[in-house]
Design a protein around this ligand. Structure first.
Ligand code: NI
Length: 271
């Protein structure tokens, strides 16, 4: 090695470490990165995935005007607890809806979790790319936040999402127009478990257990306590005679793009 090579290498190392520490300290969200095509592995579940895609987003039919239905919805993932949640739901044959954040999907290398979500019969919805309050954003930012996440999920799973949930419930006429343009219905909720604030599984399970027929329950699969609450929540609601459905199954049809939905008996006409 030449004499100058070692100091030069050391200098490069120090610069690299300093830069990454500075980026981490700044706490700024990373910018939206351009997409690269992702190859989907033809695994043993490929056939199941293909059949899910064929019926998307309605592979089952329920008449939720006659039977007691409830929609569990999980926001802000996929995260480190989502795999365990999928195991819990699968073991109880319960289907739910996952409103995913694009950045989180991108961090889940190869889209293993989002593919599982679709393969196992759950609905997947758009929760923006980096979780900003959309009503406070310019229209072109809203458009990119939705489209980028839609495109990534479609590349990974083969399905085009039909529903979205505005972060913080932040929406207005402009956001409605952008969701309509992107082919997404706006799904709010009418049961808030406040699971992000109260990280106690029994409290979260109790609040979810107070759902009414046609309720959409707001949960976050990024919290361990929320996933811990799921077995008790399912047991309580099942004992009360509820059927667990996805958001589209709750309405019995693909919800209308741009329109806002707050639960089966509280649909609001498109704003
Ligand atoms: Ni959120």
């Amino acid at each position: 090695m030449r004499v100058w090579a070692l100091p030069l290498a050391l200098l490069a190392l120090v610069a690299c470490v300093t830069y990454s520490v500075a980026v981490r300290r700044s706490g700024k969200e990373p910018p939206i990165t351009p997409l690269r095509p992702v190859a989907i592995d033809p695994g043993p579940l490929a056939r199941r995935l293909a059949s899910m895609q064929a019926g998307w987003p309605l592979s089952r039919r329920f008449d939720c005007a006659r039977i007691k239905c409830v929609a569990l919805t999980f926001d802000d993932g996929p995260g480190e607890h989502t795999g365990r949640l999928l195991d819990l739901l699968d073991s109880r044959d319960v289907r739910a809806t996952f409103f995913v954040i694009g950045q989180m999907v991108a961090a889940d290398k190869g889209g293993r979790i989002v593919r599982r979500i679709v393969e196992e019969g759950h609905e997947i919805g758009n929760h923006s790319w980096s979780h900003p309050p959309l009503a406070e954003m310019p229209n072109d930012v809203v458009r990119r936040q939705l489209k980028h996440t839609d495109d990534l999920v479609q590349r990974l799973t083969g399905v085009r999402m039909r529903v979205m949930r505005p972060p913080y419930g932040s929406t207005d006429d402009d956001v409605a127009a952008e969701t309509r343009r992107e082919g997404l219905a706006q799904i709010l909720w009418n049961v808030d478990t406040l699971d992000w604030r109260d990280r106690v599984a029994s409290t979260v399970a109790k609040r979810a257990g107070e759902a009414k027929p046609g309720s959409i329950i707001l949960l976050h699969d990024i919290h361990r306590s929320t996933v811990d609450a799921v077995p008790a929540m399912i047991d309580t609601l099942a004992r009360k005679g509820y059927t667990f459905v996805t958001v589209s199954e709750l309405y019995g049809k693909t919800p209308t793009p741009g329109k806002m939905y707050l639960g089966l008996r509280s649909a609001v006409q498109g704003r």
